[in-house]
Design a protein around this ligand. Structure first.
Ligand SMILES: [Fe+2]
Ligand SMILES: [Fe+2]
Length: 201
């Protein structure tokens, strides 16, 4: 009589759960960061603080542009600036929340803000200059956030997903600024031609 070989014990999911629970209990004081966290926490917090500074500088620049926009096209553009300022504030809030989850301190110290930020605060005199500066800042944010996302990889998927979400929004911002720049440029050319025609007649 042949005895059936004993079936291999299936890897118990329960055991894994137990292990996960144990780790979570051990590091309960670390808040959302569990023993399974693979990132280099201090570096992640530092990188997120730079993104936070970038967002705050973007809020300030868009607000400045919102309040100082002048000219024929100013109303629609000024509204767009305000909308972007509010969205950048939303990004800043989400990044600050994540830093706290990682047991870090969100750095909102105005001192050194501009040097921690990846993008710059440029006021701009005309509407076109303002839009151009915003477009440049969005492009810088897109570059540096893509870099952050690559750095986070699989080591901190929560921070990575957050940055991916924000990146998608910055891409929309850049696209909107580009469209605005083009349409204002075309309007200005048309106005110049009209003035030339008038002068010639
Ligand atoms: Fe943003
Ligand atoms: Fe943006």
């Amino acid at each position: 009589m042949t005895t059936k070989p004993m079936p291999k014990p299936k890897p118990t999911f329960v055991a894994d759960i137990e292990e996960i629970r144990k780790r979570a209990r051990q590091h309960i004081l670390d808040g959302a960061v569990t023993g399974g966290y693979k990132g280099d926490r201090q570096t992640v917090i530092k990188v997120l603080n730079e993104a936070l500074a970038t967002e705050i500088v973007c809020v300030l620049r868009y607000k400045r542009h919102h309040y100082t926009a002048k000219g024929i096209h100013s109303q629609a553009v000024a509204e767009e600036f305000l909308e972007h300022a509010n969205e950048e504030q939303g990004h800043a809030d989400r990044i600050a929340e994540r830093i706290v989850q990682l047991d870090g301190d969100p750095d909102l110290n105005p001192e050194g803000l501009a040097s921690r930020s990846h993008s710059q605060y440029v006021e701009g005199d005309t509407l076109v200059e303002m839009i151009r500066e915003d477009l440049i800042a969005e492009r810088i944010a897109i570059e540096s956030y893509s870099e952050i996302i690559r750095y986070l990889g699989d080591n901190d998927p929560t921070s990575r997903r957050l940055m991916e979400d924000i990146l998608a929004n910055e891409e929309e911002h850049a696209e909107e600024m580009k469209t605005m720049l083009e349409s204002i440029g075309e309007d200005e050319k048309r106005d110049e031609k009209k003035t030339e025609r008038k002068a010639a007649s």
